[in-house]
Design a protein around this ligand. Structure first.
Ligand code: LMR
Length: 330
């Protein structure tokens, strides 16, 4: 067992998302039963005592695949030779806030992360920005890292939105979630995101043949866009274990082959596909080979409704980029 070891840093290691995520990584749910995990818990200095408590719990789990666990506020320690950086650490939004309200507070954290990744990470590192606003935080970290780490290694999390959309459609259609395919998110992880129901497939048939289009256009889109605040309002705190589930799914989608009849939602650095400005971190439908290679699914045609929704979300991402111009040249 454990021929291969993957080195993973989780930032914001004492937060709620990390608390749900870390045991799942240690148990092998992210990298599979053949891969050992060298787990690094990163947090700010005032949280390190608490992080040591989380470390103790991970040790006490006696996970067979957990080869090592360490907690530190020193990125030279936690980010050394990492294969994956799961950037969870950030201030979460509270009631009444939009995710982009956090840009100026969380942006500098992602400048520091980008620099640390460039300085300490392994040569094939891959990055997942989870802290919000995750698309623009990913953009910030990517710029701060410089040119040494190519664009295709930088991603942000829209899988939570995909999971939400698929669960909602499955419930409406009276099918299992696994029977909903090709329902992916375009654009920003925000209240402008677009769950593209126009290409979705439910039980092998177009979703629009199975579920009322008016419901898809209005209730589905609005529910997915507003699910984050709905959870915050109900729970008094932002999503935690559903976000952790989405991080597990996101990484697995990048390291396992995408089924031929499906796509995965991943926010990636745009190469200009579908008119999304080059360099913007937008959610697209992704197909992966399982060996590290992935591509944006090509050849998708949109009706006017879908195109205008996608354009609105891209316009928001461009506005967010303008708000952080200073951090991009830092
Ligand atoms: C979510 O979508 O639940 C998270 O990104 C938290 C938030 O601020 O909405």
């Amino acid at each position: 067992m454990g021929a291969r070891t993957v080195r993973v840093v989780v930032t914001g290691a004492t937060g709620q998302v990390a608390y749900a995520l870390l045991p799942r990584i240690a148990a092998g749910e992210m990298f599979g039963p053949e891969t050992e995990v060298d787990l690094r818990l990163a947090d700010i200095p005032q949280m390190i005592d608490k992080a040591k408590g989380v470390t103790m719990e991970l040790e006490d789990g006696a996970y067979p695949l957990l080869s090592r666990v360490v907690a530190s506020a020193d990125r030279a320690v936690t980010h050394k030779d990492i294969d994956w950086a799961l950037l969870v650490g950030s201030k979460p939004r509270g009631p009444g806030m939009e995710r982009y309200d956090l840009i100026r507070e969380n942006g500098p954290i992602f400048v520091a992360e980008g620099r640390a990744i460039a300085q300490h990470a392994g040569s094939s590192v891959r990055v997942v920005a989870v802290g919000n606003p995750c698309n623009t935080n990913c953009l910030i970290a990517r710029h701060a890292a410089g040119s040494g780490i190519p664009d295709e290694r930088w991603t942000a999390l829209t899988r939570l939105d995909q999971n939400r959309a698929r669960a909602l459609v499955a419930a409406k259609a009276g099918v299992r979630v696994r029977d909903v395919k090709r329902l992916v998110i375009w654009g920003n992880h925000s209240s402008t995101l677009f769950p593209d129901f126009t290409h979705a497939v439910v039980g092998g048939r177009p979703a629009t043949d199975v579920v009322d289009r008016a419901w898809l256009e209005t209730e589905l889109v609005a529910s997915v866009q507003q699910r984050g605040p709905a959870v915050i309002a109900a729970r008094g705190a932002s999503s935690a274990f559903s976000a952790a589930q989405a991080v597990v799914d996101h990484v697995r989608s990048l390291i396992t082959p995408t089924p031929a009849d499906d796509w995965a939602s991943v926010a990636v650095v745009s190469d200009g596909s579908y008119g999304v400005p080059k360099g913007i971190v937008s959610s697209f439908p992704i197909r992966a080979a399982g060996d590290g290679w992935w591509e944006i699914a090509q050849g998708i045609a949109f009706d006017d409704h879908a195109r205008s929704r996608i354009d609105a979300s891209i316009a928001e991402l461009v506005r967010e980029r303008e708000l952080v111009t200073d951090l991009l040249s830092a």
